[in-house]
Design a protein around this ligand. Structure first.
Ligand SMILES: [Zn+2]
Length: 501
């Protein structure tokens, strides 16, 4: 009899310092599919769900996918949204006559109005339906905060091994294989979780800089697996520090086949490495002044200078309407540039009403939190192009096949700078996010993308140089700017901690 698997995806990376509550509409606007529409939507994508669907064919499972959803990283998730999404999964599980395994794509940094550890709560609800014997396999983002409750209720947890995350499919395939091995009795997974009192580590999971701490840790993990055949998987998470929950920061999970004391030894030794390298940042951020200076010296004939707006990354839960970097570049007289994207629905509406070619007086961006994101830029702009839907399909290496949308959106000419303005806040990962407006990023001297790390996959290859700029928004690297209330103290880097702890 074929094994019957229930799969689902419920993902969110919650920025606890973002003041906007994340509702069901945020999930609907970004990605929410249920029932029979799920499999056709994801088949062939290089995402975890694409891999789950392919694995069902590969291993001969029958599979149901009650829900697959994701929202752009944003503020605390409304309990109503969380309960609704979990409810779709729980009802999907309850409606099955038999379940041999559960396969879940989670992010691992979601928290809701009531649950700091939303994934732990979700897994507990799944476990309550399927009982203690049915294996539950989970994929995570390496920016996951892993809690003891997650490890308690899941059997297999494995995170992406890249940042930018170009191995989402491979991670899905790895989890599916371990689930198949477990369902057939070839694997008896036991997980060990280790952590340190730190908000960050493993170089933020960066794998785009050769020789960085995350790559070194992955090499150490591979060596450990080679030396200890009972180790089935080692998952390394850098954590997401803008959550403000009790169990926050970098972790390692070692999964062994049956009990082995080596699980604890390996997990602790990798966390020792994390602690020793906690200050290493393989791609140091630059200031706005340094970015402007680099733009001034950019040779027009060279491939573009790419500037990542690290402090205002919608992909890390920032508002996406910081004007700090753009204002500085405009003030310095930099004109041959393109930027994606300022989240400003009112300006979009104004431009749509005026039409292509029209000149409009705008107050661009800076509406969410002018004190930390900069004031609106008051300027006359020309409407360069319009995208009525703002829809695109990612064609680059990051989440290939992903469908996303800016919503109705426009490209404005602001003092010669091509500025994309969106009605939905959206992380920047793919060249298509420019191309839908008729812009070819490689044609500009300076390309600005609001992103922390994910842009390196698609934009480094077209640029002469990429600099990430700490502009001081909701995803700033300066964690001392935030007021953490739930994290146990002392914790590095907020407090001094002896190096041996
Ligand atoms: Zn991530």
């Amino acid at each position: 009899m074929p094994k019957h698997v229930v799969a689902a995806k419920i993902k969110h990376e919650t920025n606890g310092f973002n003041r906007i509550l994340t509702t069901l509409d945020h999930f609907r606007d970004y990605e929410l599919h249920a029932g029979s529409e799920v499999i056709p939507y994801y088949r062939g994508t290089r995402l975890e769900m694409g891999a789950f669907i392919e694995s069902a064919d590969l291993y001969g499972w029958t599979m149901d996918v009650p829900v697959s959803t994701f929202a752009n990283p944003s503020g605390v998730v409304a309990d109503g949204a969380f309960n609704h999404l979990c409810g779709l999964l729980v009802e999907g599980l309850q409606s099955q006559s038999r379940i041999d395994g559960v396969l879940l794509a989670l992010h691992g940094a979601m928290f809701t109005e009531s649950y700091g550890d939303a994934e732990g709560e979700l897994l507990a609800r799944v476990r309550a339906v399927v009982g203690p014997q049915v294996p539950i396999a989970v994929t995570l983002d390496p920016h996951a905060n892993v809690t003891q409750r997650m490890v308690e209720h899941a059997n297999i947890i494995t995170a992406f091994r890249t940042s930018p995350h170009t191995d989402q499919y491979e991670t899905g395939m790895r989890a599916a294989k371990m689930l198949d091995d477990t369902m057939h009795g070839r694997l008896h997974p036991e997980m060990t979780l280790a952590r340190r009192p730190s908000l960050q580590g493993f170089d933020g999971a960066r794998t785009y800089v050769p020789g960085g701490p995350m790559l070194q840790a992955l090499d150490l993990a591979t060596d450990a697996q080679r030396q200890h055949p009972e180790v089935a998987c080692i998952s390394i998470q850098a954590g997401f520090s803008r959550c403000d929950i009790a169990e926050l920061g970098p972790t390692v999970i070692v999964t062994t086949n049956g009990h082995s004391s080596n699980g604890r030894v390996i997990a602790e030794s990798l966390m020792d490495f994390c602690w020793e390298t906690r200050m290493v940042w393989s791609d140091p951020l630059v200031s706005i002044e340094q970015a402007v200076e680099a733009a001034r010296h950019q040779v027009a004939s060279a491939a573009p200078l790419v500037l990542g707006d690290y402090g205002d990354a919608p992909g890390g839960g920032s508002y996406g309407d910081s004007t700090r970097l753009l204002a500085a570049l405009l003030q310095a007289g930099i004109t041959d540039g393109a930027l994606a994207a300022i989240h400003d629905p009112a300006t979009v509406q104004q431009a749509l009403s005026a039409g292509v070619g029209a000149q409009i007086d705008i107050a661009l961006g800076g509406h969410s939190d002018p004190a930390s994101m900069g004031e609106p830029i008051r300027v006359r702009a020309r409407v360069r192009s319009i995208s009525v839907t703002g829809d695109m399909v990612f064609k680059g290496p990051y989440g290939t096949g992903t469908r996303r949308s800016f919503g109705p959106s426009v490209c404005l000419d602001v003092g010669g700078f091509a500025v994309i303005v969106s009605s939905r806040n959206l992380g920047l990962y793919d060249l298509e996010q420019f191309r839908i407006f008729g812009l070819e990023p490689a044609d500009f001297s300076v390309v600005v993308v609001k992103c922390m790390q994910g842009h390196h996959a698609a934009f480094d290859p077209i640029g002469s140089r990429t600099l990430d700029v700490d502009t001081g928004g909701l995803t700033t690297a300066d964690l001392k700017r935030f007021t953490f209330t739930r994290v146990p103290r002392p914790v590095w880097p907020l407090d001094a901690i002896p190096a041996t702890s």
